[in-house]
Design a protein around this ligand. Sequence first.
Ligand code: 1GP
Length: 240
Amino acid sequence: MTIYSHIKKSVAEGNRLLAVLIDPDKIELNKVEDVIAKINQSIVTHIFVGGSEVGEGVTETLVKAIKKHTTLPLLLFPGDVSQITDEADGILFLSLISGRNPDYLIGKHVEAVSKLTKTQLEILPTGYVLIENGKQTAVERVSNTKPLARNNIQHIVNTAKAGQLLGQQLIYLEAGSGATHPIEPEIISAVKKQLQVPLIVGGGIRSKTQLNAAYKAGADIVVIGTAFENNQLFFEQIKL
Ligand code: 1GP
């Protein structure tokens, strides 16, 4: 079964999915085995690997190391073409549809094709929607785009819906790594009501309450990065 079919099946069965985001810049290779052991024992269902600014080759080395220790599906969440590696299982092929920078809407994708065609990666076209959360995020800085205003819910819904109508198979509502506030449940539920494709939500989720609020509002996959980076017991603690 493909990763996408498995996601669709889980959503249809009402199962909640949880992705941990590992930023290649924020993990030491000699810690990978330990970190992945913790992830394997947790409720995490997917591993995302990527960052806004990662040096050439660093992602591939990390992905190889992770794959030695887990059978969880590993998806690239690349900030740049240089992060593409055949060592992963798949890739979130992100188009930053909240922004108006052609490079991040289609340019980088064209650049990526020659690399992608040489890989076996499962490609998951994903509409990436950045929503403001009170401070500038790395995505905003690197992509040189403005996030969507969080008080204009209709515009957020229309953006996500446009992504789906363009054929994107996933929509990712992003507050940005380390966001002060996660995406509000009102935004998640408004988008979810209009969407037929699975919904990913991430950015700034640091507690079990915030995680459950995201699921309750309609998130199908929640992404946790910073909370686990800062506290390796995070997944154990939210099980309690
Ligand atoms: C960032 O949505 C992810 O792209 C995760 O964000 O690091 O704030 O958990 P955090």
